[in-house]
Write a protein that binds this ligand. Structure first.
Ligand SMILES: O=C(O)CCC(=O)C(=O)O
Ligand SMILES: [Fe+2]
Length: 239
């Protein structure tokens, strides 16, 4: 079930994507669309995964509805309908960061290199081991305390575009720093492949212009897979 370079779904270790990014991580990347791989999973795992994905999709929609309300958009489902669409392209990643050995102590080891998530919204849960950091506007990195009882929500690049940069996709990374395994699982809520990703008309003020050229999720996804993790992938689509 090793993930071949042209198809990222399946199991991978150390290599993240096909463009030379490496990290101290082992992962499973699954999508309801990668049926071939789903059918190779033990039934109990597959059922739990399907149940989790359904619950995450629902939660993403609820969060997006609250965001739409906060932005003053009259149409409550303007954002959530994109992730809620039955053709929406969502996926699930399970990450395992092996424990750091005593002799590696003090070294800055990258578990998962800096990047933004390309989809609309991501929901992360982890065990109680640290490692996740976010990048502030001034370029400094801040550690996110792990909390196995909470969900950590990330704005994706597509949501940044749909809100014409009112919400920003925050750069994040994982340092391998813990003496115990860090486990995380992330649900990535994306749009349908053919969905046009553009600022919502109902959000834009009278003379406001889109900061981005129009693109479909498929176009952006293809561009993202071709790039390196740390690239500013949206810059290709900025006006
Ligand atoms: O494993 C984590 O805590 C974060 C991983 C991540 O950012 C990702 O898979 O996109
Ligand atoms: Fe991420």
């Amino acid at each position: 079930m090793a993930a071949p370079p042209h198809d990222p779904f399946g199991y991978g270790s150390s290599r993240i994507g096909s463009n030379g990014d490496v990290g101290r991580v082992e992962y499973l990347l699954l999508s309801p669309n990668s049926l071939l791989i789903l059918h190779q999973l033990p039934v109990l795992f597959r059922c739990a995964l399907e149940e989790y994905m359904v619950a995450m999709k629902k939660m993403c929609c609820e969060v997006l509805e609250v965001m739409a309300e906060g932005l003053g958009i009259g149409e409550r489902n303007a954002l959530s309908r994109v992730v809620g669409d039955e053709r929406s392209d969502s996926c699930f990643r399970l990450n395992h960061y092996p424990p750091v050995a005593a002799e590696e102590d003090g070294k800055m080891l990258i578990g998962f290199g800096e990047h933004t998530d390309p989809q609309i919204i991501s929901v992360l849960r982890s065990n109680n081991e640290s490692g996740l950091q976010i990048c502030l506007n001034d370029g400094s990195w801040v550690s996110i305390p792990p909390d196995p009882t909470s969900f950590f929500i990330n704005v994706g690049d597509s949501l940044q575009v749909m809100t014409n940069r009112r919400f920003k996709s925050v750069k994040h990374r994982v340092l391998a720093e813990s003496k115990q395994s860090r486990m995380s699982m992330i649900y990535f809520g994306g749009a349908a492949l053919s969905e046009k990703i553009a600022p919502l008309k109902s959000l834009m003020s009278k003379d406001e212009e889109s900061l981005y050229k129009e693109f479909t999720w498929l176009e952006y996804k293809n561009a993202a897979y071709k790039s390196r993790l740390a690239d500013n992938r949206l810059s290709l689509f900025e006006k």
